[in-house]
Write a protein that binds this ligand. Structure first.
Ligand SMILES: Cc1cc2nc3c(=O)[nH]c(=O)nc-3n(C[C@H](O)[C@H](O)[C@H](O)COP(=O)(O)O)c2cc1C
Ligand SMILES: Nc1ncnc2c1ncn2[C@@H]1O[C@H](COP(=O)(O)OP(=O)(O)O)[C@@H](O)[C@H]1O
Length: 315
């Protein structure tokens, strides 16, 4: 899979595949949830059937971030690097990453089709039912179909419903934030994961018998509910099980109030400061608590670890 960065107006150097016919899935695809996956799969299977190249056209940064429509969107489920891994797993040939700036945002729906999609070589587009495009979101999926005419066929993916609710990035964010990890995993079609670098904490973990790798996250991820989780973690390609606290360590009355993710890995004893670690959230165990003594905290962490081990062994 090749990743191609684009900006508007397109220049020829950016268009190595303009002489090919491309079937593209268009969207921001934060989370690459099951609804997004359906859109992308349609573009990939259409490409196969029609001897086209398959592609995803996505935008960076998030349009709402550039247009200042809500801080909510600064937090992501999947940063671009994670999205591209997921696109590759769906069999996509090319990823176009369109720089979303004010100039691009000002394009009319007509210009988006005639100055971006058609010059790129796009002959088929798959979009979600609620896709909007062009200046102030004036264009929608039906309009894309009309504007494409005979040059561009358009597939409109209907909403996917899970437990009576539409699968969406917003529903996934809300499920994570409220601690409904099982629902978030159902919507994503996989466990939620974050990646960061292991950094120094207060150096207390080891002294209480539970060293914890503190994560400095690589992106402003959606924050799962504060509390304790059973996790799987990857370091240098090797997988480990463990338990993670996402919280403020109220037992120690710390003044810095930024929640931290810290993982204690089972059957593991290595210095991993500075390493990249990916964490997959597998089960929510309990909310964070303020303990009256360190002894009580230690007993609870031991119980959390036993619980995590048994939950993880079940799968
Ligand atoms: C499984 C687990 C559960 C935890 N639960 C709590 C908790 O409920 N309340 C709390 O104040 N700290 C909790 N902690 C955080 C510990 O206080 C923290 O790991 C310890 O202070 C070491 O911090 P350090 O790595 O910065 O040295 C938990 C840690 C782990 C690994
Ligand atoms: N089982 C383990 N789980 C997590 N980290 C471990 C483990 N064994 C050793 N370590 C190392 O110990 C460090 C955590 O020790 P800790 O005393 O909690 O210090 P800090 O406060 O700097 O995180 C980790 O960053 C890692 O390098």
């Amino acid at each position: 899979m090749e990743i191609i960065s684009l900006s508007y107006p397109l220049n020829e150097i950016e268009l190595p595949y303009a002489d090919k016919r491309i079937s593209v899935a268009i969207g921001h695809f934060d989370g690459v949830h099951r609804g997004h996956q359906n859109v992308i799969r349609e573009a990939v299977s259409f490409a196969k059937e029609s001897n086209m190249l398959s592609a995803v056209l996505t935008f960076s940064p998030h349009p709402k971030e550039v247009l200042g429509q809500g801080e909510h969107y600064f937090r992501c489920l999947t940063p671009l690097t994670r999205k591209t891994e997921l696109f590759a797993a769906l069999g996509v040939d090319l990823v176009f990453v369109m720089r979303f700036d004010l100039r691009f945002a000002a394009l009319s729906p007509e210009q988006f089709v005639s100055e971006v999609l058609l010059p790129l070589g796009v002959r088929h587009a798959a979009v979600g039912f609620d896709f909007t495009f062009g200046s102030r979101g004036m264009g929608n999926a039906e309009m894309l179909r009309e504007l494409g005419g005979s040059e561009l066929s358009v597939h409109i993916e209907q909403p996917l419903i899970e437990s009576g609710t539409k699968v969406s990035s917003t529903y996934t964010r809300e499920s994570l934030e409220s601690g409904d990890l099982d629902m978030a995993c159902k919507l994503l079609g996989r466990p939620y994961d974050v990646t960061g670098t292991v950094v120094h904490g207060d150096g207390r973990g080891r002294t209480i018998g539970f060293p914890t790798a503190n994560l400095e996250l690589h992106a402003p991820y959606v924050a799962p509910r504060l509390g304790v989780y059973a996790i799987s973690a990857w370091i240098d390609g090797a997988a480990y099980d463990g338990v993670l606290n996402h919280g403020m360590k109220p037992t120690f009355n710390k003044t810095d109030v930024v929640p931290v993710m810290e993982a204690h890995l089972f059957d593991f004893d290595r210095d991993i400061y500075g390493k990249e670690m990916k964490v997959q959230f597998r089960h929510f165990i309990r909310p964070e608590q303020k303990f009256g003594s360190i002894k009580e905290l230690i007993a609870q962490i031991a119980a959390d670890s036993d619980k995590a081990r048994s939950l993880l062994a079940k799968i």
